[in-house]
Design a protein around this ligand. Structure first.
Ligand code: GAL
Length: 812
């Protein structure tokens, strides 16, 4: 059974593809085989045009498993054409090649290769035949290989050229290579077409839902066929809650669209807290033989944007608590690993986030699948530029030839995901400033509507003078997205009468995890105006007190106060949930990753994470900042984020420093405390009853290394990851908040180290290494299954009289 958009696939190598096909041909049980085509590729940097030939010898090329990003393997340099804005990592050209055999029995099958994303300008050849080019590095695509394949002992050779040489190719770090999953899909001649289903739910209530479903059935054979199509709607326990059957005929080499309408009684609705999922499963039979089996995700939900009341889901008004996320996964680079994405979303969910804006290009399939499963509302965004560029080698170069195809493919791939609730046709598009914006917006919106009428079309705008904004003037947007207009929200109902509005991007405040500058009495903007330098710190840090912001943005607190105040603002997408590689504004090299994240690049929360948690989640929160290791007598600003309480009392070494409570719309409380080593403790109380207690301690000398794994076991599948957070503890177990010791790692058993990071935006240490310096007391090691069925031990050592740290992880 195919799981549309599911990348947790059978892990089948070249030989196994063959065995599997033989087995399935003989048992006739498998009607569709989705083979994981990631393992065992050859790769070489540079241009190797002769690699398309069958007799090309790639033996001296490196062997690797996809997904792969060669940029992240490089060392940093300010001299690369990528520049710090693109991560100061190497790009260039690279070739991939893979040889495989197929059994004779596959001769009568249809065989396609699916690429989820290749950055960028990919060109693909099979056995010397050119299959095509896809310039857009974020789009998913597939090629039909059937007529070029060899069967039996004769090998097939697939070659992929990836050309990310012309730089800059995006405004941020892109990664280079086949950075998302690849599958080989084998079907019978009669099969469901690629992205061949559309499911919508025209009427949804807790009592009853209707489902409109269309499946495109493709006949690749020269014979007319009669077949039966049986579609079931399955609930989470795989029980059928609705079924339809029909007998159809299809001509030779033809495509047939079959529509089916269902009713489901008492559907369990999908929402952000209970993301109940169903699936639509279509089976195609020729006589009594099952010839295809295809699955599409389904969620029952209804939502609305209202010009006065904002957003509601299933009739319940709610604010969109959103973050913008770029596609990179920190130390893994652009590599789309299911487990890395799940960790990213888990950290966001814990903070209280309920929505993600896919900034600014189509995300990986795994991202959307996880948003469906974990309950995130998605603003799915396709372009950062249209015809007018932002950087020299932007997508605008390909616009005329490709925009229609890319936009259509984007919608076709993503339209069945219940999490997707908005289509953004562009971010801060230049055409909003001139009249060409009108016709392009109209055309793009019309393309979207021709493929999906169930979601609003939006665009992230920066011009909020209506007569100057030509994207708005087009009248083709259903929902207006505004980036950074928090100071003007009050004027919107008047300016944009009757319009539905969301803050598509906000904040752009700057912070380095664990670094604190005092005093914190005022908010500072970087810079005050264009062209002005940032008078920042010599070590390229920015304080983690929430009081430094870009001048177009504001602090997290100020933004949230504004978004919260107005019901008509459907919600806010904070720039950004995580730091990302590239765009290290406001600093020059060696800064090479962004400061905008609520969480750092290694996945370690900055303090403001807890401000959001106190506002957006239901958890009891009481968080103190900064740390408690200072020089005697220094006047320290102590902030507390808290919720569910009337007041917070602060104690230093047992002595009360008094109670405080947030006033008006305040989001934190603050004290000024002369430093004295020991214990700083806060107690929050509601009606006199303790809600939560939090303590921080002055740490002494380092005594041992502490390793904390996010998982106690991982799968032996070559993909699963464990993230281990490393810190130093004193003899009493207190973490050292400013330690910067170099830690060396040794791993044994079923895992390898695939990344190290400490979240410091100006670190020039490589991401691929078995060592890392702590930064403000912490770093993270990422382990990936190496397919060995052996339990894992990670050992961490450092110089001096400090005990080593070990952690054991089971392999299942
Ligand atoms: C926005 C833009 C984002 C990012 C951000 C940084 O204008 O949409 O992609 O560049 O600024 O503040």
């Amino acid at each position: 059974m195919v799981k549309e958009h599911k990348s947790v696939l059978r892990k089948i190598g070249t030989a196994a593809v063959l065995l599997f096909l033989v087995a399935c041909a003989s048992t006739k049980k498998e009607s569709r085989i989705i083979a994981d085509f990631n393992p065992d590729w050859n790769f070489k940097l540079g241009d190797h045009p002769t690699a398309i030939q069958a007799d090309f010898d790639a033996n001296d090329w490196r062997t690797l498993d996809l997904p792969h990003d060669w940029s992240i393997e490089g060392t940093f340099s300010k001299d690369y054409p990528t520049k710090p804005k693109q991560g100061a990592l190497p790009a260039g050209i690279g070739w991939y090649r893979k040889s495989f055999t197929l059994p004779e029995s596959a001769k009568n099958k249809s065989i396609a290769i699916e690429f989820d994303g290749v950055f960028c300008n990919s060109e693909v050849w099979i056995n010397g035949h050119y299959l095509g080019k896809r310039p857009f590095g974020y789009i998913s695509f597939s090629y039909d290989l059937t007529k070029y394949l060899n069967f039996g002992n004769q090998k097939n050779h697939i070659a992929v050229k990836v050309d990310n040489d012309a730089q800059p190719s995006s405004r941020w770090y892109t990664g280079s290579g086949i950075y998302r999953n690849v599958r080989l899909v084998t079907t019978n001649k009669l099969h469901v077409a690629h992205w061949g289903t559309v499911v919508t739910t025209p009427k949804v209530s807790a009592e009853k839902a209707t489902v409109d479903y269309t499946v495109s059935i493709q006949n690749d054979s020269d014979l007319q066929k009669e077949f039966k199509v049986i579609t079931d709607i399955l609930d989470a326990n795989n029980r059928s809650v609705a079924r339809l059957e029909a007998t159809e005929q299809i001509g030779a080499n033809a495509l047939l669209e079959k529509g089916q309408k269902f009713e489901v009684q008492n559907p369990k609705l999908w929402d952000t807290k209970n993301p109940n999922l169903y699936k639509v499963v279509t089976k195609i039979y020729e006589k009594s033989t099952l010839v295809d089996d295809y699955e599409t995700p389904l969620g029952f939900r209804y939502f609305a944007f209202d010009a006065e009341k904002g957003f509601s889901l299933n009739g319940v008004p709610m604010k969109i608590y959103g973050v913008c996320l770029h596609h990179d996964n920190g130390a893994l680079g652009a590599v789309a690993n299911y487990h890395a994405i799940k960790r990213k979303l888990t950290i966001m969910k814990e903070m209280g986030v309920n929505a993600v804006r896919m900034a600014h290009n189509p995300p990986s399939l795994e991202m959307l699948q996880l948003c469906d499963e974990m309950g995130f509302i998605v603003q799915d965004e396709v372009f950062d530029v249209w015809k007018k560029k932002k950087v020299t080698h932007d997508y605008n170069k390909y616009w005329d030839e490709w925009y229609k195809r890319d936009l259509e493919d984007f919608i076709k791939r993503d339209r069945n995901h219940p999490s997707v609730m908005m289509w953004s046709i562009g971010n801060e598009i230049r055409e909003q400033f001139d009249s060409t914006g009108i016709s392009i917006t109209k055309e793009l919106a019309q393309i979207v509507k021709s493929l999906d009428k169930t979601r609003p079309v939006t665009s992230a705008l920066t011009e909020n003078v209506p007569e100057k904004n030509f994207i708005y003037q087009s009248g083709a947007l259903d929902l207006l997205g505004f980036n950074y207009k928090h100071t003007d929200y009050g004027t919107f109902p008047e300016r944009f009468k009757g319009q539905k509005i969301i803050a598509s991007e906000s904040v752009s405040a700057l912070q380095t995890r664990g670094h604190y500058d005092m005093p914190t009495d005022s908010i500072r903007m970087w810079p005050k105006k264009y062209g002005e330098d940032f008078d920042g710190n010599a070590d390229w840090t920015v304080t983690a007190f929430d009081n430094i912001a870009s001048f177009w943005g504001t602090t997290h607190e100020e933004n949230w106060k504004a978004a919260k105040k107005y019901d008509f603002i459907a919600g806010t997408f904070v720039w950004t949930g995580f730091d990302y590689i590239g765009e290290p504004d406001p600093y020059p090299y060696p800064a090479r990753s962004s400061y905008f994240g609520i969480v750092d690049l290694a996945g370690l929360p900055k303090d403001v994470y807890y401000m959001y948690q106190s506002e957006w989640s239901e958890k009891d929160v009481l968080h103190l900042l900064p740390h408690w290791n200072w020089t005697q007598g220094k006047l320290i600003d102590v902030w507390a984020y808290y919720n569910h309480a009337d007041e917070v009392e602060l104690f230093l070494n047992g002595k009360s420093l008094g109670s405080k409570a947030k006033k008006g719309d305040e989001l934190h409380i603050a004290w000024k405390v002369p430093f004295e080593a020991g214990t700083l403790k806060a107690i929050s109380r509601k009606a006199g009853k303790i809600v939560k207690e939090t303590e921080i301690h002055t740490a002494g000398e380092a005594a041992k290394i502490d390793l904390k794994s996010d998982k106690t076991s991982i799968k032996n599948d070559g993909y699963d990851l464990a993230y281990i957070t490393v810190s130093l503890l004193d003899k009493d177990g207190n973490p050292l908040p400013t330690a910067d010791n170099l830690i060396n790692f040794k791993v044994s058993g079923g895992a390898k180290i695939v990344g190290v990071d400490n979240g410091y935006q100006a670190s020039l240490e490589p991401f691929k290494a078995d060592y890392r310096k702590l930064y403000n007391g912490k770093c993270v090691v990422i382990l990936q299954s190496n397919k060995k069925a052996e339990n894992i031990t990670l050992e961490a050592t450092t110089a001096g009289n400090i005990s080593l740290g070990t952690v054991n992880i089971k392999v299942e």
